[in-house]
Ligand binder design. Structure first.
Ligand code: GDP
Length: 144
């Protein structure tokens, strides 16, 4: 996907974390962990945009609630780049449920609940390949 074995992933600082003023702290943690930010923007998703983004979860019982949550306020999708970025971001995020997330993870520190869990991260190369262009065109992604 990129030179030198670098990998790209999509993160979203979710509406709960934006509303609580955690954007700066989360970005700092991402940069300190070695991720380069290649793109980012503050958006408020429509219901249709949230449903399309989470289409793989359409049969799960929390799909409607999750899509409503993701539209409730601004969120910040970003493209991150690093060696092994997908797995490293998942490790930094921690478990889906903050009650189960390890100390030092973003969800342990910043999440409110299993749904309002502060950050999203692509869970596979296939997911990243769908999610990055969902929010960003090639022209919006910097080469650093
Ligand atoms: P992730 O990969 O850790 O983000 O977790 P999943 O892919 O399983 O779920 C996607 C998102 O749906 C999570 O990040 C949560 O915001 C939400 N979610 C997951 N499980 C539940 C649940 O049991 N209840 C509710 N209300 N939301 C959930």
């Amino acid at each position: 996907m990129t030179a030198a074995g670098l990998e790209r992933t999509l993160t979203i600082i979710k509406p709960d974390a934006v509303a609580k003023g955690f954007v700066g702290q989360i970005i700092t943690r991402l940069e300190q962990a070695g991720f380069k930010i290649l793109a980012g923007k503050l958006i408020q998703m429509t219901r249709e945009e949230a449903e399309g983004f989470y289409i793989v979860h359409r049969h799960r019982p929390f799909y409607g609630s999750l899509c409503a949550f993701m539209t409730q306020g601004p969120s910040m999708p970003m493209v991150l780049e690093a060696e092994n970025a997908i797995q490293r971001l998942r490790d930094l995020m921690g478990a889906t449920d903050p009650a189960a997330a390890a100390p030092g993870t973003l969800r342990k520190e910043f999440a409110s609940s299993i749904e309002a869990n502060a950050v999203h991260g692509s869970d596979s190369p296939e997911a990243a390949a769908f999610e990055i262009p969902y929010f960003f065109s090639d022209l919006e992604i910097c080469r650093r």
